[in-house]
Design a protein around this ligand. Structure first.
Ligand code: AP5
Length: 248
């Protein structure tokens, strides 16, 4: 992929057209990225998507993009979803599954895909299994990134995001060249509302009770690849690559 794919059909819905589509493949590859909030899924998804030529499908990105829709134009379900997200709670399965079903065209796009942040509950995983089967798609692997909780909290509390282009930085491990400003577009860097300590607690609890059980769900299907998420993003990427090669 040369220029970054704008993922318009995923972010805005199926009526939108993507620019700079990733390479279309005779045999696309399909991955799910699992892991606690802040473990680095989005960072790895960016590396994987640029190097595998895959599209990154993040449900969190859909909700963050929906925040810019004027409140009066949002459906009541979307307003409830955005409220839940700010507090660090999971959005209801119904809302998430409606959004995914609306975007089935993205699953049909013959580029490789990375599902980042979906599924997040066993019910969502079961629905995804059915949806993929109906499209005759098989997952290649579920990458589960794992890290001690104190390192995760440090990653989350130092994260800053560009208000304009959504590029992700970290005050210590990936600082911008000019303090508070995005290297890519000059936009203002802000802290995500759900990265504040009170929301982080709720997100970690939601992860433990609802998302952690997915590891077992996918282990039983021999799809789970547990990747230690210590080290630099590049080190983790190379680790992931090796573990995928070992399965091939
Ligand atoms: P979502 O956007 O999916 O957030 P998340 O899973 O909580 O993950 P994050 O984006 O916070 O972290 P990440 O693992 O991608 O880490 P990152 O790479 O940025 O979801 C947000 C909300 O939307 C949810 O809480 C929920 O409300 C709702 N939602 C979304 N999907 C849903 C679903 N399916 N069902 C129900 N609700 C849903 O890295 C973090 C920081 O660490 C960055 O600053 C980065 O620069 C730094 N960093 C990354 N890697 C390294 C490294 N190796 N070394 C040092 N620093 C690093």
């Amino acid at each position: 992929m040369n220029a970054k794919n704008d993922r318009a059909a995923w972010i805005k819905g199926p009526a939108a057209h993507c620019s700079n589509l990733p390479e279309l493949r005779a045999r696309p590859r399909y991955f799910v990225l699992l892991g606690a909030p802040g473990v680095g899924k989005g960072t790895q998804a960016e590396l994987l998507s640029s190097r595998l030529g895959a599209c990154q499908l993040s449900t969190g990105d859909i909700f963050r993009a929906a925040e810019s829709i004027p409140e009066c134009d949002r459906t009541p379900a979307l307003n409830t979803a955005l409220d839940a997200m700010k507090k660090g709670e999971l959005v209801t399965d119904e809302t998430v599954l409606d959004i995914i079903k609306e975007r089935t065209t993205c699953l049909r796009c013959r580029s490789s895909l990375l599902l980042d942040g979906f599924p997040r509950t066993v019910r969502q995983a079961e629905a995804l299994t059915k949806l993929l089967a109906s499209e005759r798609i098989k997952l290649d692997a579920v990458l589960s990134y794992e890290l001690p909780i104190d390192t995760i909290v440090a990653r989350l509390s130092g994260r800053r995001t560009c208000e304009t282009c959504k590029a992700v930085y970290h005050v210590q491990t990936k600082p911008p060249k000019a303090q508070g400003l995005c290297d890519a577009c000059g936009g203002r860097l802000i802290q995500r509302e759900d990265d504040r300590p009170e929301s982080v607690k709720v997100r970690m609890a939601a992860y433990e009770s609802s998302t952690a059980p997915l590891a077992d769900y996918y282990r039983k299907q021999d799809l789970l690849v547990s990747v230690p998420a210590e080290g630099s993003p590049e080190t983790i990427y190379r680790r992931t690559e090796k573990m995928l090669e070992a399965r091939a």
